[in-house]
Design a protein around this ligand. Structure first.
Ligand SMILES: [Zn+2]
Length: 249
């Protein structure tokens, strides 16, 4: 696929579809592929990680037309992004709100920065999939039926895939980030746990803690390769093995 000239990369040249609404009524947008969906990449499920939205948007703006087989969600939690909160506008940590078997009603502890203790308590929601952003993402995946989902996060600097599948292996090799099987702490009700139970290959791509210029330099080219199909698909076609269990931050 030919890439757009640099002068034209200020905008996304085609329109998204709306797959739902946030609690505040913001459209939940998906840029669909031209063909069947093999891969879904989503960013911004944590509103405190706007660099994931920024980098994925930058990558998408390289394309002159929709990706052949990759769907893109730039903001899975737009209310959190608007308000600068990890949670959605109802104060729910969406990445603990998925209806995985390990979902628990107790608040989940989060650290404010990498150096802080894990002492900020966040709600996983009143029940699994209580939030409309969660419900909409589940419905979108049910409709698109991707083989693999890449969830962008920051700043743990790793590629997390309990199944260590080919997309995760390619990402680890391509980025130099370590390939891990969990993020080192329990993540009940996470998207990764739910996705693994659905037989989805879920890869959590955690950007490092870095200035946005560095993230653009190091990670936008990787995302462009994923969007243009120049990435792991050229290397391996084995994406059938589901992860035994998933976890993501
Ligand atoms: Zn995150």
């Amino acid at each position: 696929m030919s890439l757009r000239p640099r002068q034209q990369r200020g905008t996304i040249p085609w329109m998204p579809d709306t797959y739902g609404r946030s609690h505040l009524g913001v459209p939940l947008e998906v840029w669909r592929p031209r063909d069947s969906c093999k891969l879904l990449i989503f960013a911004g499920i944590h509103g405190e990680e706007p660099e994931t939205t920024f980098a994925l948007s930058r990558a998408l703006r390289h394309l002159s037309r929709p990706s052949l087989q990759c769907a893109v969600v730039l903001a899975a939690n737009p209310d959190g992004l608007i308000r600068g909160t990890r949670c959605n506008a109802r104060g729910v940590e969406l990445n603990r709100n998925f209806p995985a078997r390990d979902w628990r009603p107790e608040p989940v502890a989060h650290r404010a920065t990498m150096d802080d203790p894990r002492d900020v308590l966040l709600s996983p929601g009143p029940h699994p999939a209580s939030e409309q952003e969660t419900q909409a993402l589940i419905a979108l995946i049910g409709e698109l039926r991707p083989e693999t989902v890449i969830a962008l996060h920051a700043p743990l600097a790793c590629i997390d895939d309990a199944g260590q599948g080919p997309v995760a292996q390619w990402l680890a090799q391509r980025t130099g980030l370590p390939l891990v099987q969990d993020v080192g702490y329990p993540t009940p009700g996470s998207f990764g746990s739910w996705g693994a139970e659905q037989g989805l290959a879920v890869v959590t791509y955690e950007f490092p803690l870095a200035p946005s210029d560095e993230l653009v330099r190091d990670h936008v080219p990787v995302l462009v390769e994923l969007l243009t199909g120049a990435g792991p698909r050229a290397q391996s076609t084995d994406t059938s093995a589901p992860a035994p269990q998933g976890a993501d931050g």
